[in-house]
Design a protein around this ligand. Structure first.
Ligand code: NAP
Length: 341
């Protein structure tokens, strides 16, 4: 049982109408009295938090939150690396280490069977940093989204947005490994240089300084075969203006719309998609839960061989969670953003 008697928690202080800010969060500290767990529950100590754009969706009001809206005063939810301190669940024991959908607090009582996201056991040989970094659900998102939804063929042109980020950088490199020509779209010269030098993409477009549609037209004269879309909005439109016949658009995320105060906009010209026989398909990584182990193994091999490089942006201190989170929307993260409690 834990020695902690106080539980710090980051809660939602105000609902962001548009751009989320640090002031939308409040830290509370309350006494933690370990009460008896109900059957199926586990008590965990949250050690490492994955700071992910998808958390933004839970800050929206009911009706615009796809996995439940967090109430004002409610604790922020997100994936974390956790130590099991106590268990009344038959599959988990004290001392187990898991990646689970948890909360931004020191101690949490979780009910894994009722969680919308499956719990991943973390073997003793794997650190939480690895489990939430290189071998994380984000890497698996890139792997399954590209291979299963995008279905790229060798020689095809693949475009990836938010390409220097956690999901995007893996999508770029898997596409390159599969023999595709990779065009990465990211914000700023430093991210573009890293994508070309370290991730070995063929071209990188700095969307903050050039006209993306015009640049794609110049770089992809026969069109874009697969677009791995992390951002939506104007970059999605620019790619659709350059999509090849029978192109595939992998709808992974729409980060450009998360702070917009409204729904993410669709394409401007559906007729172009009809005549181009273009397929757009959304997915969530949880769709592939039964195939996680071999996929993780493949990603691990590629990393060991030097075929995939990843960056982890590790911050230290429970206090910095809101600042880290808002950095995602300013592009101020370099790779997978993790906060150690
Ligand atoms: P990330 O890419 O590491 O970080 C977010 C990046 O998005 C920022 O660094 C920034 O990079 C870019 N960005 C922010 N605002 C933008 C805007 N207005 N326009 C263009 N780019 C913007 O985050 P991640 O965790 O890997 O997530 C990437 C996407 O995947 C998100 O949309 C997320 O919701 C989605 N996702 C989906 C699933 C799924 O199952 N479908 C699972 C995980 C994540 P720049 O500096 O390049 O602008």
């Amino acid at each position: 049982m834990t020695a902690l008697t106080q539980n710090r928690a980051w809660t939602l202080a105000s609902r962001p109408e548009r751009q989320v800010s640090v002031a939308d969060f409040a830290m509370t500290t309350s006494p933690f009295a370990a009460s008896a767990l109900a059957p199926g529950e586990i008590l965990v100590r949250n050690r490492l938090f994955a700071v992910a754009p998808t958390i933004r969706n839970g800050l929206n009001p009911p009706g615009r939150a796809y996995r439940g809206s967090i109430a004002i005063g409610g604790t922020i939810t997100g994936m974390a690396g956790v130590d099991v301190l106590d268990s009344r669940h038959p599959d988990f024991r004290t001392g187990d280490r898991l990646v689970a959908l948890s909360r931004w607090e020191d101690l949490s009582v979780l009910a894994p069977d009722r969680a919308p996201v499956p719990v991943f056991p973390v073997p003793p040989s794997m650190s939480f940093e690895e489990a939430l970094g290189p071998l994380s659900p984000n890497s698996l998102t890139a792997y399954f989204g590209l291979i299963e939804v995008g279905r790229p063929r060798p020689g095809e042109t693949v475009v990836v947005s938010a390409a220097a980020g956690s999901v995007g950088s893996v999508a770029c490199q898997v596409a390159r490994i599969l023999g595709c020509r990779v065009v990465a779209v990211a914000g700023g010269p430093a991210k573009c240089a890293w994508l070309k030098d370290a991730c070995r993409v063929h071209e990188a477009i700095d969307y903050k300084s050039v006209d993306v549609a015009a640049r794609l037209a110049a770089l992809c004269p026969t069109g874009v075969n697969v677009y791995f879309d992390n951002v939506g909005g104007e970059i999605l439109q620019a790619v659709l203006d350059n999509i090849a016949p029978r192109g595939r658009v992998v709808l992974c995320g729409q980060i450009s719309a998360y702070d917009s105060g409204g729904a993410a906009a669709g394409p401007r010209d559906m007729m172009r998609l009809i005549y181009g026989r273009v397929r757009m398909e959304g997915f969530v990584v949880g769709d592939f839960v039964d195939r996680v182990a071999p996929a993780r193994e493949q990603i691990r091999r590629w990393i060991a061989q030097g075929d995939i490089v990843l960056r982890t942006d590790l911050r230290r201190g429970f206090e910095c969670l809101p600042q880290a989170f808002t950095d995602l929307f300013a592009g101020a993260n370099t790779g997978t953003l993790l906060v150690e409690a």
